[in-house]
Design a protein. Structure first.
Length: 318
């Protein structure tokens, strides 16, 4: 198995023209879903890098019953940092691609996806190249898991009912297993655990707290820690606060998961922790953190605050 796959996440490829011409700040997946109007599975009929694509909807998953052939010709969440050479954003699809699309109706009366690299999830051999956190961090997920979990996420963000029985059963089964290693043998389990933790975050679930803790403190895998810190967002309890503080005090934990842990604490408005957080701030890391990636990637200006910056902002609000 290729190294890129073994390290979990699949970076999308771009031609030189688009890479050199445009950079943008890529949104996190929750922003993509919240700002979409529709969630559908569709097959691409035709595609042009500059003009967009047409696709035939296979099924609608958002309750709207959107159907038929649609045109996608713009982007609804494209925050451009730089451009050059007169080239705008491009669509990178092939005829006969099958994808799940997050769509927004645009001013022209047709549809937009979020950015050239987000707002869609390709399907191949009943597996989905799925985003649950950010397009920099994608997972290969069975379609039989992707569709019900992502449908639940979409419906939650849009105030609709979803299949709670399936979601609860999936999360319990996935997180009852020990945190999987990122190797060829453990990869499929790792992806499912990633989905379970991120689904907890998106749905704001308050159960299965104990099952999250082994992932929160698995310092051998920053992806698991990052997702676990997000998963605790809906669990604002004294115990959860202490677990996040312990993570922030753990020297073996990387800066990116620590920044996310600060964001989770911020969602609690933890005035009772102000002194603890001020102590952490005094020795907090100033090192740059984030998604990394190739400098030729158009998403390169997507930024994540340092631990010190995140803590500074939080303590100032308390």
């Amino acid at each position: 198995m290729r190294l890129l796959y073994i390290t979990l996440f699949i970076l999308l490829l771009f031609n030189n023209r688009s890479v050199q011409a445009l950079t943008y700040n890529e949104p996190w997946h929750e922003q993509v879903v919240k700002n979409a109007d529709f969630f559908v599975l569709a097959k691409v009929i035709s595609s042009d890098p500059d003009k967009g694509l047409t696709a035939n909807i296979i099924r609608s998953l958002d309750g709207s019953n959107l159907s038929g052939i649609i045109t996608i010709n713009n982007f609804y969440q494209l925050d451009i940092c730089s451009s050059s050479g007169g080239h705008g954003p491009e669509f990178h699809f092939e005829k006969t691609d099958t994808c799940y699309f997050f769509l927004k109706k645009n001013a022209a009366g047709v549809y937009s996806i979020a950015t050239p690299t987000s707002g869609f999830a390709p399907v191949a051999n009943k597996n989905v190249r799925a985003t649950y956190r950010h397009s920099y961090h994608q997972a290969s997920v069975p379609q039989s898991v992707y569709e019900p979990t992502m449908t639940a996420i979409f419906r939650k963000y849009h105030g609709q009912d979803f299949d709670t029985a399936y979601i609860n059963d999936f999360i319990k089964k996935s997180l009852a297993l020990a945190p999987a290693k990122i190797d060829e043998e453990g990869m499929s389990t790792f992806f499912l655990q990633h989905v379970a933790l991120e689904t907890m975050f998106h749905l704001g679930l308050t159960s299965n707290y104990a099952l999250v803790l082994p992932f929160l403190h698995d310092t051998s895998n920053f992806h698991a820690q990052l997702s676990a810190a997000r998963a605790l967002t809906g669990i604002n309890t004294p115990e959860s606060k202490q677990q996040l503080l312990a993570m922030l005090n753990d020297k073996a934990t990387g800066d990116f998961p620590k920044t996310v842990a600060v964001w989770t604490l911020a969602s609690y408005n933890p005035k009772d922790l102000k002194k603890d957080l001020e102590k952490l701030l005094k020795r907090a890391s100033k090192e740059e953190t984030g998604f990394g990636g190739n400098f030729m990637d158009p998403r390169i200006c997507t930024s994540v605050p340092t631990v010190k910056e995140a803590l500074t902002k939080l303590t100032a609000q308390l």
